[in-house]
Design a protein around this ligand. Structure first.
Ligand code: MN
Length: 207
């Protein structure tokens, strides 16, 4: 795999914003192997930013006493906040565990709850967990070549159960917005842990 480095000045928000002509069209590079964009600045999520989401508090503290691992990052093309536009980008969830719970995204509802999302897996091995406010939930395997439809009304989270980065493309209605707070308060009903392989178990934090 060739890793390309770039100078920071090739890589500014101003540059990508001037390139993205949401009214007249544009093309942007999102690497199909690494998920990395040479043009879009990444947004990074470290363990310290989501430590309350992992159930094993001893493992969280042990890890943070040594370092603050990068759990995931994403390259987001932020479309104008308009229901006629489509936001999209790539995400990379790194391999790893906090205790026996796999690295995962924070997960969220959309602020406009009745808006859906499409995910397409490029690399790696994972699951997408979804659940709605009525308690309906589902887990879907997420492997290269699989497209996953997250229906309107469902919170969604991506989990890497493999030993390599989980890389995927996503797109959703540009005015959907993100509600992380509901998940931060309540968590998902189920979590993914490594116990003789990936297992979906009830979230102990919700007892
Ligand atoms: Mn979403």
């Amino acid at each position: 795999m060739i890793v390309m480095y770039r100078k920071m000045e090739e890589f500014t928000l101003e540059k990508i914003e001037s390139k993205c002509n949401w009214d007249e069209g544009f093309a942007v590079s999102l690497d199909e192997i690494t998920g990395v964009s040479e043009e879009v600045p990444p947004i990074k999520r470290y363990l310290s930013q989501m430590k309350d989401m992992y159930y094993d508090k001893i493992a969280v503290n042990d890890t943070l006493n040594q370092n603050d691992p990068l759990i995931y990052e994403f390259y987001a093309l932020e479309a104008p906040v308009d229901g006629g536009d489509i936001a999209f980008g790539t995400s990379i969830v790194y391999p790893g565990q906090i205790g026996d719970e796999y690295f995962m995204t924070k997960g969220h509802f959309h602020s406009k709850k009745m808006t859906a999302e499409v995910y397409y897996c490029l690399r790696g091995n994972g699951y997408i967990l979804i659940e709605n406010e009525d308690g309906k939930q589902k887990s879907m395997e997420f492997r290269p070549g699989q497209a996953v439809y997250v229906p309107k009304g469902y919170a969604h989270r991506t989990v890497n159960v493999g030993s390599t980065p989980l890389v995927f493309f996503y797109s959703f209605r540009a005015d959907a917005g993100h509600d992380y707070k509901s998940i931060e308060r309540k968590g998902f009903r189920s979590i993914l842990v490594s116990r003789n392989g990936p297992q979906i178990v009830p979230n102990p934090l919700l007892k």
